[in-house]
Design a protein around this ligand. Structure first.
Ligand code: 5RP
Length: 233
């Protein structure tokens, strides 16, 4: 199986196993989360799922929900009331403790709010995302108020991080998030205390949120190239 086929398989498999009619559902962003979104749409169309109330984590996901007729609400709506039953999302890296890093698609802010507002969280990844130590290979993004670009960069560098301003493709200048902010991508040379960093990064004035997800213990669905899906509870 190629990587796209694995992503489609793992997203579908998580929906089959975990999504039940009547759920308030957080829907993630990216190429592994989208097949899960589509599968929810398909099951709704086939009448195998009913009364799903979804909260989207990005414009990409909202557009996919529109295509599939998945009923969308905001976290603040009366129907959702700030709490979800389940959130399903991809990740950039996941480790043996089920901690993960997210935000490769730039949607980490709403992804984190959504995941942390859910009774349970499910991460869907292909096997290439499983690592021993987070943040050494794939950069961890911070969503930052544009005015604080240099001050936050200096502080992060003092903390030992390599910092890169995320540049846009097919638009001059930096990526601007759906909330009007920039993204600073950080990496480390040696293993770091991710739990501590999740708290510490948010203490820097101008940081809105960071891509470390260490406060949940999600169920992790890992898709393998032989077509198997491993479920780590
Ligand atoms: C978006 C994310 C994505 O879930 C993460 O980047 C993984 O994406 P993909 O499944 O496309 O590899 O956090 O902000």
């Amino acid at each position: 199986m190629n990587q796209n086929e694995i992503k489609a398989l793992v997203g579908k498999s998580a929906v089959e196993k975990l999504v039940k009619s009547g759920m308030k559902l957080g829907l993630g962003t990216g190429s592994t989360a989208l097949p899960a979104v589509r599968h929810v749409g398909l099951l709704l169309k086939e009448g195998k799922l009913t009364n799903i109330k979804a909260v989207s984590t990005s414009l990409q996901t909202s557009i996919e929900c529109e295509k599939w007729g998945i009923p969308l609400y905001t976290l603040n709506s009366g129907e959702i009331g700030g709490r979800l039953d389940l959130a399903i999302d991809g990740a950039d890296e996941v480790d043996g403790r089920h901690w993960c890093t997210k935000g490769g698609g730039g949607a980490l802010l709403i992804e984190k709010i959504t995941a942390y507002a859910s009774a349970s969280f499910c991460v869907v990844v292909d096997e290439s995302k499983v690592v021993e130590n987070l943040g050494l290979k794939f950069p961890v993004p911070l969503e930052v108020i544009p005015e604080a670009r240099r001050t936050v960069t200096l502080t992060l560098e003092k903390m030992g991080a390599g910092v890169i301003l995320r540049e846009a493709l097919r638009k001059a200048g930096p990526v601007i998030t759906e909330h009007g902010n920039i993204l600073l991508d950080i990496t480390f040379k040696n293993p770091v205390n991710c739990e501590e960093l999740e708290t510490e990064c948010n203490r820097i004035p101008g940081v809105v949120e960071n891509g470390f997800f260490t406060r949940l213990r999600p169920v992790v669905f890992i898709g393998h190239s032989d077509g198997s899906v491993e479920i780590k509870q």
